[in-house]
Design a protein around this ligand. Structure first.
Ligand code: PLP
Length: 427
């Protein structure tokens, strides 16, 4: 991969910037730099979320990163400007977000997008015709569609494997394999995959990319575990308030960053400044929110697990989860999403999903409000039925995103929904 080929004015500009700015100092503020402050003396996660990329605005002193609602930037002379010339190529609000989130993933570079799927597509832009991907089997439906419907049209093929079976992963690798596509925990079955073990299989010329959406960097940092790329639907925990659709690709590899930036500028899949601002603001409270999500989800999972009319609960924080120990090692908390099956099959699942009063019946996850959905028809509607059945993504499966409301209220709500739907339970 030839970084030089992809260099644009901004990458050049960014390379010229000093690499160790103060976290909070007007004199060294550098709102235009694209590189995150990995060398910053500020190490704490919550402090970085609130400070990195967010020096006072160099033009006005604004304490909060402004929303630069502009399509273009006026130049002092032709080609002489302050690091920005056109907002598809760069916008200071967006760059603040990219620096903040890259720092949270312990990496130097972030490129933010208009959706998680645009970020996923940007990862595939690293590949060329004839290349091959080895991917997690039970994966988000939209990513499955990208890899099985869109990418084959460009000559890029994917083999889906159970990534807990490392022999199966090795066996799936071909001379054309360029990318390991990992999602952990998986959506919607919460399977946990050993990121370091997959990185151990990677050979030179291959990359490991991890969809870290379900964890957020507060719970899991794939690049620290050996991955080359981590990406997110920032729509979920990172923004955290269900009011923005967005995505980000993060890497510490300058060549990968150059290619992704080049692709973004060429394709134009950018977030608007208002969305970048909201996501930056949301991510400031990521640590606080994630602690509550994990605490509430564990209580809800434990409670569901005690019920006779609930046949299965999928949550990495339960001792019976097949990868409980791996999750405890790899993640700093078991996450805020869980799935379950109640006795009574699809009819009962539908009745439960209709009966909750606090949990909204909605696709998505990671917001402060609790949501419930039936993945097979909602989030995974685009996946072929036979594949869903083979994985266990069937119409009796419910997925909940446990929010940060009072957990007692959440349990009362689930209890009344289970009670109201009992008519469908079979003996
Ligand atoms: N990855 C995962 C795990 C998801 O759950 C989703 C969306 O639900 C995406 C990626 C796609 O993100 P977006 O909806 O922001 O495009």
């Amino acid at each position: 991969m030839d970084a030089g080929k992809y260099t644009n004015a901004y990458l050049l500009w960014s390379a010229l910037m000093p690499t160790e700015p103060s976290v909070h100092s007007q004199s060294t503020s550098r709102p235009n730099s694209r590189e995150s402050d990995v060398a910053s003396p500020v190490k704490g996660f919550a402090t970085r979320a609130i400070r990195i990329g967010q020096d006072p605005d160099s033009a006005t002193g604004s304490t909060i990163v402004p929303i630069y609602q502009t399509a273009t930037f006026t130049q002092q002379a032709v080609g002489v400007h302050k690091g920005f010339d056109y907002a598809r190529s760069g916008n200071p609000t967006r760059i603040a977000l990219e620096r903040q989130l890259a720092s949270l993933e312990s990496a130097r570079f972030g490129v933010s997008f208009g959706s998680g799927m645009a970020a996923a597509h940007a990862v595939t832009s690293l590949l060329s015709q004839g290349d091959h991907i080895v991917a997690t089997r039970d994966i988000y439906g939209g990513v499955h569609r990208l890899l099985t419907v869109i990418m084959p049209r460009y000559g890029v093929t994917t083999t889906f494997v159970d990534m807990n079976d490392l022999d199966a992963v090795r066996a799936a690798v071909t001379p054309a394999t360029k990318l390991f596509w990992v999602e952990t925990p998986t959506n919607p079955l919460l399977t946990v995959i050993d990121i370091a073990a997959i990185a151990g299989i990677r050979k030179p010329g291959q990359l490991v990319a991890v969809d870290n959406t379900f964890c957020s960097p507060f719970l899991q940092r794939p690049i620290e575990l050996g991955a080359d790329i981590t990406w997110h639907s920032t729509t979920k925990y990172i923004n955290g308030h269900s009011d923005v659709v967005g995505g980000i690709v993060i890497t510490d590899n300058a060549d990968v960053h150059a290619q992704i930036s080049f692709h973004q500028n060429a394709i134009g899949a950018i977030p608007g400044p208002q969305d970048a601002y909201l996501t930056l603001r949301g991510a400031k409270t990521l640590a606080l929110r994630m602690r509550e999500h994990v605490k509430n989800a564990q209580i809800v999972a434990d409670w569901l697990d005690t019920r006779d009319d609930v046949s299965e609960v999928y949550y990495p924080g339960l001792k019976a989860h097949p990868q409980y120990e791996l999750a405890a090692r790899q993640m700093d908390g078991s996450g805020g999403v869980l799935s379950f099956r109640a006795r009574g099959g699809a009819d009962r699942a539908l009745a439960i999903a209709r009966s909750t009063k606090i949990f909204n019946l909605a696709a998505s996850l990671g917001g402060v409000e609790s949501l419930i959905c039936i993945p097979t028809v909602m989030t995974h509607g685009s996946m072929p039925v036979a594949e869903k059945i083979a994985l266990g993504v069937t119409d009796d499966l419910l997925r909940v995103s446990v929010g940060i409301e009072d957990v007692e209220d959440l349990i009362v709500d689930l209890e009344q929904a289970l009670t109201r739907s009992q008519v469908f339970a079979v003996a």
